[in-house]
Design a protein around this ligand. Sequence first.
Ligand SMILES: O=C(O)CCC(=O)C(=O)O
Length: 296
Amino acid sequence: MSSTATATALRPTFAPINPTLQQLEGVAFARPRPRDLKFGLTADQIEFFWANGYVSLPGLFRHDEALAWQDAADRIYHDKLADPFNARYDFATVKDDQGKDTDEQILWKIDPFYDLDIVFRRAVFDRRILDALASIYGGREPRLFKDKLIYKPPHTHGNGLHQDYNWWQGYCTSLISVAVSIDPATEDNGCTVVYPRDPRDGYIGELGTFEHKIADAVDPAAAVKNIAKPGDVLLFHCFTPHEAGPNKTDHVRRQMFLTYNDSADGEHYFSHRDHYLEYYKQGHFSDEVRDKVYFE
Ligand SMILES: O=C(O)CCC(=O)C(=O)O
């Protein structure tokens, strides 16, 4: 068989399983049923999410859980691979007191990160997050799409106004990000800022490019600042305009950004990683070295 045989060609055919109604009731049948959502959102929270594109869940995680993430974030920061061609590690230029670039480069983000420490693995699949999302997805399980840990070290940049779908064009539109605060988030250290908008109003940018005119579509007076304590959580839809200022303080502002989609839309984690690698390579590396860039 040729090594290029398709997955379809390799898939064997099985005899169908056709249980009787009586068999379906039997204890051995774990047929798909809606789960009870222990940590589901209230009807008001779900309604708020669909009207505004975000919902805040203060205190979803305990302070001691956030302290364990702080330790883990320190650990993986110091263990980081130094290889600048490993696309998992994204560096930023430190700015001086006047906001001008210095020569210093500092680790700004690890993307993806959750496989680097068990406490992050647990957080990504914690039922408090999954149930909150499942209640938005009509009871269906979420699937992890993307995970990143933004350190936003002192005197480094924030993110301009955008919709996340800008980076995820072609993927499903059920994508929701979960911002989990590891450190306090304040205006001075560049908290996330969302602009309330019904997600069903859709994508604002120019499909096929990274161009958009979101600034014309949002009302600056409507900005909602996600001022947060460690353990607080913010959910926002991939069509929700948002931004974050620079970190003007002397302390890191660490936050996990975990993105999921409705499992009815399939599983895209590794496909997205390949997609991200392609545009990351285009945006961050010259033609001469681009082929050396990889994920590890
Ligand atoms: O760091 C933040 O608060 C926002 C990050 C963000 O907008 C993004 O990664 O898409």
